[in-house]
Ligand binder design. Structure first.
Ligand SMILES: [Fe+2]
Ligand SMILES: [Fe+2]
Length: 153
């Protein structure tokens, strides 16, 4: 996948924008939780698919710009930020592979009303939502402040 990274945007401007994107993503994640609670798994998955590309683009930008400035100017403090960026692996894996495999299973089970399968899927979606919200929180607490500090050096 190819994303144009805008290297002209300043790091402080970019971080402001990324924070606003977190707010927008959280609104969508809350909708997913609501659909999940209503047992509307199809709608929950449709909403995850709808936010998939923007989230992947957001993650690519964080790695390309924020980690770059951190590794250049604050490498000795980078360990926690690197770990947080590695969380993108499960986020992208879930969005690119796991969601479509859930969709296929739902399609196959359509008429079976398999309660156990439904519950498992809902739990998995809830876990994704919770972990992604935590990821945003960690970025705002650890990665963004360090990138701002590194940008001043
Ligand atoms: Fe991220
Ligand atoms: Fe982020």
């Amino acid at each position: 996948m190819n994303y144009k990274i805008n290297f002209d945007e300043s790091i402080p401007d970019m971080i402001e924008r990324l924070k606003q994107e977190h707010v927008q993503f959280e609104i969508t994640l809350n909708k997913i939780t609501k659909y999940n609670e209503e047992n509307n798994i199809n709608k929950a998955i449709e909403t995850i698919n709808y936010m998939s590309q923007p989230i992947i683009k957001h993650a690519v930008e964080e790695e390309a710009r924020l980690m770059r400035v951190i590794m250049h100017n604050a490498k000795e403090e980078s360990a926690d930020s690197i770990k947080i960026m590695q969380e993108h692996n499960w986020v992208v894996d879930f969005l690119k592979h796991r969601v479509s495999s859930l969709e296929n299973s739902i399609y196959r089970q359509q008429n079976k009303q398999d309660k156990q399968f439904e519950q498992k899927t809902r739990n998995e979606i809830n876990e994704f939502v919770t972990n992604l919200k935590e990821h945003f929180e960690e970025e705002e607490q650890i990665v963004f402040p360090l990138a701002l500090k590194a940008d001043l050096k």
